[in-house]
Every structure is written in C-alpha cells, then in structure tokens.
Design a protein around this ligand. Structure first.
Ligand SMILES: *Cc1c(COP(=O)(O)O)cnc(C)c1O
Length: 390
C-alpha cells in the first residue's frame, strides 16, 4: 500500500466543550446524583426535540423498558420489532414477559417500511405494539397518509420509537422525538451525543411521563430532589409499585448539557463525512452505499453502513480484518436478532423469512463517521477501500 498506515478508530468521542465546566459545577454543588443538572438537561432536551416531557434515565434500554411498562405491556403480549437492531430493542419486551415478533427490514435503508409493516399486520392481527428503530440516524417513514403512524392508527397499534441513533434527526420537518407514544434516546459513549451512559424518554403524554418518573426511581411517588426542594420538612414518601433504579446522575447530565450545545455542529460534521464517502465510493461497483429517504440535513448520521456485494473480491470478515491491518476500525450493525441463539431458539426463527436483513447482514460494514475525522483521514479510508476492492 502506497499510503503510510494511520490509526483511525471506529469511533472517537469529542468532549472539548463545556463538559469540564459543568462537571466542576456538579462537584462544587455537593449533590452528585439526580438534581438540578438532570432537570436542566431534561428541559433543554425536550425543547430541542419539541416535546412536552423528557425523562432522563441511565440508558436507552431503561427508557424503552419504562415506556413499555407505562403503556401497560402484559406477559404474553406480542410486540413487533425489527430484526436489524441491537438486542436492547427486543430484550425490553422480554423484561415485560411479552414476546417479540420480528420484522424484516428494507435492504437499502435497514428500516421497517409501511409495506413490511402492512404485511406483518395482516399476518399477526393480535399484535398491538410496535417498537421501531430509526436505523443509523435516518427516520423511518412515519408520516403521510400511507406512513407507519397511519397504519398503526388504523389497527390501534401503539408505537414506541428506539431513537438511539436518531438525535438530532427529522421526519417531515419535525424532530424525531414526539412521533410515537414515546421516543427513547441513547447517550451511550459512542452515540451522537453522550453522557457516558444515559438515555432519555420523550413523550407528549402526561400520564406516561408521570409513570416513567415514578418507575425510574423505585416506584416512589415523589423523587428525592422535589423532597429536597420541598418547603415542608418532608421525609415522607410512598411506594406505589416495585420500580427500578434508572435515574440519571447529575455528573452524567453535566456532560449531556455540554454535548447538547454542540449537537447540530457534530451532526454537520458527520454529514460532511457521509458526503465524502458518497462522493468517493460511488464508483466502486461491488459495494452498495446507504439509501437515503430523507434529506442529508435531516439525518443524524450515526452510522455509515455499506454492503459488500457477493461479487466483491473479499468477503466482509476478511475486508474488516484488512481494514484493521491498515489501522482502520470498522463495525457491523447488525448481526440480525433472528440469528442470535436466544431469539432463534426460543422462537424457532428461520433466516429465509428475513430476506432484506439477510442480504444486508452477509456484507454489511459500518465505516468510521464522526466530527473529528479529517479530510486526510477520510481520503485514507477511501483509498484503502479502493485498493481492497479494486
Ligand atoms: C445503543 C443502542 C441501544 C441501547 O442504548 P443504551 O443507552 O446503551 O441502553 C438501543 N437500541 C439501539 C438501536 C442502539 O444502537
């Protein structure tokens, strides 16, 4: 290889804004767990998404669990979920004793489409909940007369959105965040904005938000912060359910506040990477680039997944190895859930029932995409890819 070997990790976190300042404020305040910073983060996040309620938690997994609990999922219920996702999207259904019904996804976008959903609805009329994923940061086709929300309304299906990839992201001019009954975001370390570990449940439904607030902290009907602020010297609290321990500490919220200030700048930086890849990789016939259904400005660009076609000179696994030998980190999103032992065995799942996901899975590789990737680094990544696939 002509180029000098560089080191380009799959993900690189940028934390050079107000993170240290806000963390210092938390440390100085002497109150490290859920208090003012978490509440401020909730307020600003709900404003930026344009939703009434934002409930901060310690992961997106927790947010999805709370959402399913709040809408009253019962043991034995069935819930639609795409097969092309992280296990968290489906495991929360099992937390409730309910059973996932896995949906295939579109080959080009990895999204559930209205057509795929319609087919699923006619095959499984008993399913009344959908957890959907805005894969890679691109919103699924939610709006419009024939959109997913319209189909779900017709069949009384409630929609919970797994938006772990999708901040900030738009669908039909609206921010992803208030389209379904609840929308769950992730601030895990490598997500588009981070709190280290963290998540947010967004909803316009007052009752749902109230239930999630109670259940994120042991089922206590009044959180510690409001007792602390209370004018009555009030030690008293009641427990209304066996809740969870899902609250977001202020130390994490401090990082989130600083990240939120720069979310659009980060998004633009990732879009720049995506546009570079589209330009430079377009003429390689043996790879399929991601298909766009939204404007590039409306995409959060969490992932840049390409698919090596069957006629590529190297298969996916050796391609990733060769990339790694050249100092470039890559990843796979995802090995579909119907191929994971637990789900495959428990539900007797067959790959041939998921042709879109299967076709992607055989060759999919996610390339590095983050705001600090330089033009020089992007050029290097593309030249290595060209050499491997020429
Ligand atoms: C990361 C991720 C999650 C889980 O997020 P946590 O905050 O780590 O719980 C859920 N769904 C998808 C699609 C993800 O990528």
């Amino acid at each position: 290889m002509k180029n000098q070997i560089r080191k380009i990790p799959y993900a690189r976190i940028v934390c050079d804004g107000n993170e240290q300042k806000y963390i210092r404020e938390v440390l100085d305040s002497g109150w490290l767990t859920t208090a003012g910073k978490s509440h401020e983060f909730e307020r600003l996040f709900s404003e930026s998404v344009g939703v009434k309620h934002a409930v901060s938690v310690n992961s997106c997994t927790a947010a999805m669990h709370l959402a399913l609990e709040a809408i009253g999922i019962k043991p034995g219920d069935k819930v639609f979920v795409p097969t092309m996702t992280f296990t968290a999207t489906a495991e929360v259904i099992r937390y409730m004793g309910a059973d996932p019904v896995f949906l295939d996804v579109d080959y080009g976008t990895s999204l559930i489409t209205p057509e795929l959903l319609k087919e699923a609805v006619s095959a499984h009329a008993e399913v009344k909940t959908l957890v959907l994923v805005h894969y890679g940061g691109q919103a699924a086709e939610m709006l419009g007369e024939n959109g997913i929300l319209s189909i779900c309304r017709q069949h009384a299906i409630r929609v919970i959105e797994d938006a772990a990839h999708a901040f900030p992201s738009r669908e039909g001019g609206r921010m992803v965040g208030g389209l379904g009954k609840a929308t769950c975001f992730s601030f895990y370390a490598n997500k588009t904005i981070t709190t280290g570990e963290g998540g947010m449940l967004c909803t316009d439904d007052e009752g749902l938000a109230e239930r999630a607030r109670i259940m994120r902290l042991h089922g206590i009907n009044r959180d510690i912060w409001s007792r602390y602020l209370g004018t009555r010297s009030d030690w008293a609290y009641d427990v209304v359910a066996p809740g969870f321990k899902y609250n977001m500490p202020d130390l994490n919220a401090a990082v989130g506040l600083a990240q939120l200030e720069r979310a659009e700048e980060y998004r633009t930086g990732r879009q720049r990477c995506a546009e570079y890849y589209f330009r430079e990789l377009a003429r390689i016939p043996c790879i399929d680039l991601p298909v766009l259904r939204v404007n590039p400005e409306d995409h959060a660009w969490h992932l840049f997944p390409v698919v090596l076609k069957p006629d590529a000179p190297v298969a996916r696994d050796s391609f990733m190895e060769r990339m790694s030998e050249n100092g470039i980190g890559t990843s796979v999103h995802y090995k579909p859930l119907h191929r994971m032992t637990y789900y495959r065995e428990r539900y007797g799942l067959k790959p041939e029932n998921y042709p879109g996901a299967e076709k992607r899975w055989q060759g999919c590789v996610s390339l590095p995409i983050y705001p600090s990737l330089t033009k020089g680094e992007l050029g290097y990544v593309c030249s290595v890819i060209r050499n491997l696939l020429a």
